[in-house]
Design a protein around this ligand. Sequence first.
Ligand code: ASP
Length: 319
Amino acid sequence: MKPSTSQLDANGRLRHLLTLDGLPQATILALLDRAEALRAQSRGGTVPLNLLRGRTVMNLFFEPSTRTRTSFDLAAQRLGAQVINFDIAHSSTVKGESLLDTVHTLEAMHADAFVVRHKESGTPGFIAANLRSGAAVLNAGDGSHAHPTQGLLDALTLRQYRPDFSALRIAICGDIRHSRVARSDVHAFCALGVRELRLCAPPELAPDAAEFPQCRILNDFDQAIAGVDVAIMLRLQKERMQAAAIPSEAEYFHRYGLSTQRLARAAPECLVMHPGPINRGVEIASDVADGPQSLILEQVANGVNLRMAVLAELLAAKA
Ligand code: ASP
């Protein structure tokens, strides 16, 4: 899905957010700081702000979403923007209208930002390259390519508990091959200088090692989790698999599920994260997901703050 466009302007400022790949550390840190500032200013979302009053944000989700869509919607509203949640299933997309005709139609009604989720990698970049106005495009997850706001909110959450990234050993475990979250997490954590990054997946779901020269790629979960400070668990992305790539969910849990016993192999007080949706008893046991080391709901809460920061950054830059 080419062509794509640069997400930075000539002065190095964000005009779109398409990927964390190559995003400077300073830009990432500024977004995390802004998220913290907006969290404080809005008192956790209880005090409405008007930074984006008069702005229109259009959510275009061509794939299902619970957290990302709701939090982009809330983030925009908490900044005073008007939000349109475009209803794909009841739109002219089902009558055969093309993606670009749909986008240009919505653009003609005036949009300041398009938040785009699509099953095909590269779609947000393609839209950004073909816009006729100065609207910003925010990638809300495209295929297996990138989920930049998830990478940023994971970094934000982690920083609240472990501010020194240079001391952290992190394992990301599960269906790495199909995971846009894994890719964006790796880009964020590497930019922030983590000590060690391990990627663990069954051989069938392991990534191409050449794509991740900064990471240790492992197939043995017990080895991957040994001594880590953070374990990030991922769902099996069955919707992106050609055929059943794993034997059975029970077998998968036995080999790759995060149970309390397995967690005991990690560093004491190892933090547990998951972008959701979780499949209990498949990649993570319920007592771990709901346990004291789990940050899963903190990640959700931070998603709103982080998305406020990104929207403010992109739309305020156009003021
Ligand atoms: N919610 C995340 C995503 O959209 C992770 C997942 O679906 O497994 O990529």
